[in-house]
Design a protein around this ligand. Sequence first.
Ligand code: URA
Length: 274
Amino acid sequence: MKQSQFLELLRLTKISLSEYINWGEEEVFKMPFAAIAAKRADILKPETDIAAENCLAAKNIPPKELRQKENPAENLNQEKQLEDLKNKLNSCRECPLGAGRLNCVFGEGNPNADLMFIGEGPGFDEDHSGLPFIGKAGQLLTKIIEAMGFSRAEVYIANIVKCHPMKEPSQPESRGNDRPPSELEIETCKKYLDMQIDIVKPKAIAALGASALKGLFPKEEKTISQARGAWLKYRGVALMPTYHPAALLRNPELKKPVWQDMKAVIKFLQGIAK
Ligand code: URA
């Protein structure tokens, strides 16, 4: 490694370390922060994957088992099924959101992911790009995913509704025009999320925020503050409700409970990988 690369690695390690402190992690030295920093800096190329393996190894998760299911033909099939569903949804107009959206935001990630994140619905940036969680809240979600030792490409990211819920649907070019999805919109769209879950077959789901919680569990009476941190089950998959990253941007004190919830998810995945 060149001296300049080593210094870059130290710089990123320092950032990662302070990130963990921000997140309320007391046992920072147990975390694979150096490997994550190296992976982010992309300086271990072509051994980037070694850094990735280190992240998982540091968490005692056998990488092959975590990231691949046994049958490669099944993986291809999952990819194809998701692609077909995405193509179908691109022309969906089943609910009023279809009329105002710029893009259907289907979701993205590893078709065979063991961990799936479910958010509320696309916002301005997502509507413009067609990709989930790429605005400010999305960037924070990416940090959370990376702090867990994954890359975005290793997990699957979706939303409870696929089109941008807008206060004023005739103005998709206005920022600050977001609203939570209505019950009707969720009810209409949820079957497609269910299909995604059934295709990907994740081992765990993290449901982000009140809309995801209420959308998946309409009878749930607890608020997200009351429900977070305790496992639920959705379509046979273990599901951890936690705060939405947008709530963390408004109130950074929520970072600590979210990190606790994500540590429970890591522990759960470690348990089934053994
Ligand atoms: N918030 C969400 O819930 N989902 C996105 O895709 C972006 C922001």
